[in-house]
Write a protein that binds this ligand. Structure first.
Ligand SMILES: Nc1ncnc2c1ncn2[C@@H]1O[C@H](COP(=O)(O)OP(=O)(O)OP(=O)(O)O)[C@@H](O)[C@H]1O
Length: 247
């Protein structure tokens, strides 16, 4: 079976700045994979590479066996970007944002049909935002904004979901809702790659995890990845032994 996400030997620089070096990673269908790494370790760049928004210097990305741009064009990939990457002043309601998930099915006119409207209402219900659907997107809380973007991916029918720090600055209710939706999506066969700084919640969220520090330091079960010595490598920390000595 083809891997849902396959990244092979990807290196990427912003000018002189190294973001990704020889990154190789595969995620199988139906898995939730957590992406862990310190600030600046390349997580967002990896998402953008998988989305085909940045072109690697070297290496390849395939999504379900096809190129990122082809997968994106057909609506297979849903993307929840980091909040900083979104212009929240844009005059769009929450419902408009969710409807954007249907664009790839609407064709040139972008005129929603019944099926599009139904899919949007259903997605709004699933993320518990029906009551706020007519609000301008910038007037939501951090957690509600994230849920609106998750709803966009659901309305789209995306089978590969990429979420860049969906829990950053998010209330507990939104965190629980998003975690539940991701688990349900994976149970239905979707593949999820999600970056998070919430290490405590990782085992409830993910089936497996990747430690990134420009390159993949480790890819394994959440338990393995969360071992102090592995986290220390990813976060550049000194690990103190119970007797007070340092590794
Ligand atoms: N547009 C850009 N121009 C130049 N350098 C950039 C740009 N975007 C990111 N970088 C650099 O590339 C490296 C990787 O950044 P990236 O945003 O992918 O990391 P990240 O792991 O997502 O960080 P964070 O957790 O802070 O969001 C960092 O050194 C960053 O400073």
């Amino acid at each position: 079976m083809t891997d849902a996400i396959r990244v092979k030997d990807v290196t990427f620089h912003y000018g002189e700045v190294l973001a990704l070096r020889d990154v190789s990673l595969t995620v199988a269908h139906g898995r939730v994979c957590g992406l862990i790494g310190m600030n600046g370790s390349g997580k967002s760049t990896l998402f953008k590479t998988i989305m085909g928004l940045v072109e690697p210097d070297t290496g390849t990305v395939t999504i379900d066996g096809r190129s990122p741009s082809s997968a994106r064009g057909s609506g297979v990939i849903g993307y929840v970007p980091q909040s900083e990457d979104v212009d929240w002043s844009f005059p769009l309601t929450v419902r408009d944002v969710v409807m954007m998930g249907r664009y790839s099915r609407m064709g040139f006119t972008r005129r929603p049909r019944r099926a599009d409207r139904d899919a949007v209402e259903h997605a709004l219900e699933r993320v518990e935002l029906t009551d706020l659907a007519d609000r301008q997107i910038g007037q939501l809380s951090g957690g509600q904004k994230k849920r609106a973007f998750v709803a966009r991916g659901i309305a789209q029918g995306a089978t590969i979901l990429l979420l860049d720090e969906p829990f950053a600055g998010v209330d507990k209710r939104s965190e629980a809702t998003i975690t539940r939706l991701l688990r349900e999506s994976a149970a239905g066969g979707a593949t999820v790659l999600v970056s998070t700084h919430d290490l405590h919640a990782l085992p409830q969220l993910a089936d497996e995890a990747v430690l990134l520090m420009h390159t993949v330091l480790m890819h394994g079960s959440c338990d393995e990845v969360l071992l102090p010595e592995n986290l220390a490598r990813a976060f550049g920390l000194d690990v103190m032994e119970p007797d007070g000595s340092h590794r």
